[in-house]
Design a binder for this molecule. Structure first.
Ligand code: PEP
Length: 256
């Protein structure tokens, strides 16, 4: 039987702790025509700026540019110094958030349990979580990739239903390939993304075929096409190569 992949491709740039608001604004303005180009090819484009640049990017980017937060708190208000809540994001029209990025798991004690609370709160507020999962180098070398990723998926998404996870995005990012220039092969990317889809199928049934799974980790204009031609890779979460408009445009051009 022919399988027609109906999932729309997604290119999402994670800016991490980079760019002043003025620089973010410049990028947003310059990216407008790229969003139009992407639309013609049925591709979603987005960026995840720092909290301080979210509103300036939202105001200055093409209205179809996805603007995502890099994190969020699961409570809607209260005594949580330094945190930002879902209603605060929504007030600025921000409807997407990265959850469980490996840098947050490493430096900010972001556990699967915390990710679960954040994902549940986002979905309850009609927002789109981009749930990041992936193994460390020592786990990869010990052949534990699937065990680790399965636990992250099952614990992060427990108690949700198929109706609730429809808009979820999952990003497979092997920690050893983030910002290191060491790429996972396309075979590894496809094998793990397929494994994630099979796990989602086991948890939620056929809706798993609608959930977008991204690959992330040293994705560059030169290698993005190979990753996106894997049947279970529906897009890319890109750090370094998403920071400059030329390189972001080259990423887009190379998947069209
Ligand atoms: C990331 O930050 O999610 C990422 C994949 O970074 P890079 O593309 O720089 O490896």
């Amino acid at each position: 039987m022919w399988f027609v992949n109906m999932r729309k491709k997604l290119l999402l740039g994670n800016w991490k702790m980079n760019k002043l608001a003025s620089e973010a604004k410049q990028f947003a303005v310059a990216s407008s025509s790229l969003v139009e180009k992407a639309k013609l090819h049925n591709i979603d484009l987005g960026v995840a700026p720092t909290y301080l640049s979210l509103s300036i990017v939202k105001e200055n980017a093409n209205k179809d540019m996805i603007v995502a937060a890099q994190n969020v708190h699961f409570n809607s208000s209260g005594a949580f110094t330094g945190e930002i809540s879902i209603p605060m994001l929504k007030e600025f029209g921000i409807n997407w958030a990265l959850i469980g990025h490996s840098e947050r798991r490493t430096y900010d004690n972001e556990t699967n349990e915390k990710c679960h609370a954040k994902i549940t709160a986002l979905i309850a507020n009609d927002m789109v979580p981009v749930y990041c999962v992936g193994e460390t180098l020592s786990q990869f070398e010990a052949n534990r990739t699937k065990e680790i990723v399965e636990r992250q998926v099952r614990e992060g998404l427990k108690d949700l239903t198929s109706a609730l996870v429809k808009n979820l995005v999952v990003a497979y990012e092997p920690v050893w390939s983030i910002g290191t220039g060491k790429n996972a092969s396309t075979e590894i990317a496809e094998e793990v993304c397929k494994f994630i889809r099979d796990t989602l199928k086991d948890m939620f049934g056929d809706v798993a075929d609608e959930i977008r799974i991204l690959y992330g980790g040293s994705v560059k204009p030169e290698n993005i096409r190979a990753y996106l031609s894997c049947p279970n890779v529906d897009g890319a979460l890109v750090g370094g190569a998403s920071l400059k408009i030329d390189s972001y445009e080259a990423l887009l051009d190379n998947i069209m």
